[in-house]
Design a protein around this ligand. Structure first.
Ligand code: ZN
Length: 274
């Protein structure tokens, strides 16, 4: 799933590739998908998006926002977004296709679930998106130690480290993927309760959140995700489904995989002792 590092990468690639180009043709809902979400009946998408120039894309948390003339398109985190230089190269199955003037196409396909919201008047009325807009990005200066302490102070002390970092959009764009390496490098167990963590560990969570998200973004996202051209990111995930069978890179012990709070967590029970 797209998280902040990938959303930033995609937004930059979109700015470099399609910003300023007009949408020539729109096809929404071509391949039925039970968990593809639209803001309007799909037959209304062409009227909102076609014939309009795409503005420079912005990443907000896990979301990608692009104006289309006076209207806009908002993409959520479960969308595979690809650009094809020739529209004819686009795969036949998709949930949203924007053919561009001068050739080329943007294609959205939904993985497990995902939203592709056409926004008349440029207003995208999505509560998660609004939250992402309101809160400071973890890569911004506003997201400093004092801000992080404020987040900790307003969280229930019995909350686990995973619940604190990666649920309820508390930190926009930090999801279950980026989370694994942040917890590992901070040496914090996903289920450790905030009240049981010493100050040093809480500081490590803050430092690693900023440092790793910045590193992932600088490297064009994680290697478990693909960019606008279908290329995996250059950030090598330490703990993910890709590495679950490998020994812990710090101690050589086995890595544990567990379903916890919507998604698997990967951790080293030795390095990240509870
Ligand atoms: Zn270990």
């Amino acid at each position: 799933m797209t998280e902040l590092p990938e959303a930033l990468t995609l937004a930059k690639q979109l700015r470099d590739t399609v910003a300023g180009r007009s949408v020539a043709r729109v096809e929404a809902g071509r391949s039925p998908h039970g968990f593809a979400f639209y803001s309007l009946p799909t037959e209304e998408y062409p009227a909102v998006l076609a014939g309009r120039p795409l503005g420079p894309a912005e990443a907000h948390g896990m979301f990608i926002f692009m104006s289309a003339g006076e209207n806009a398109l908002l993409l959520g985190d479960g969308i595979n977004l690809r650009y094809y230089a020739e529209a004819a190269e686009a795969p036949p199955k998709h949930q949203l296709l924007l053919e561009l003037e001068g050739g080329g196409a943007l294609v959205c396909s939904v993985q497990m679930y995902g939203g592709m919201w056409a926004c008349p008047g440029g207003v995208c009325d999505n509560p998660y998106y609004r939250t992402a807009l309101e809160k400071p990005s973890p890569l911004s200066e506003a997201f400093d130690a004092a801000y992080f302490e404020g987040l900790l102070a307003s969280a229930k002390p019995t909350l686990s480290a995973k619940a604190f970092l990666a649920t309820e959009q508390r930190i926009p764009g930090l999801g279950n993927g980026s989370l694994q390496d942040i917890l590992f490098t901070a040496r914090v167990h996903p289920k450790a309760k905030l009240k049981d963590l010493p100050d040093l560990k809480l500081e490590a969570l803050f430092t690693q959140t900023k440092a790793l998200l910045a590193d992932m973004a600088a490297k064009g996202g994680r290697n478990t995700e693909k960019d606008l051209f279908g290329k995996p990111g250059a950030y090598q995930s330490i703990l993910s489904a890709k590495t679950a069978a490998l020994p812990c890179p710090a101690c050589g012990g086995p890595v544990t995989r567990q379903a916890y709070l919507g998604g698997n967590v990967y951790f080293c029970p030795n390095c990240q002792a509870l």
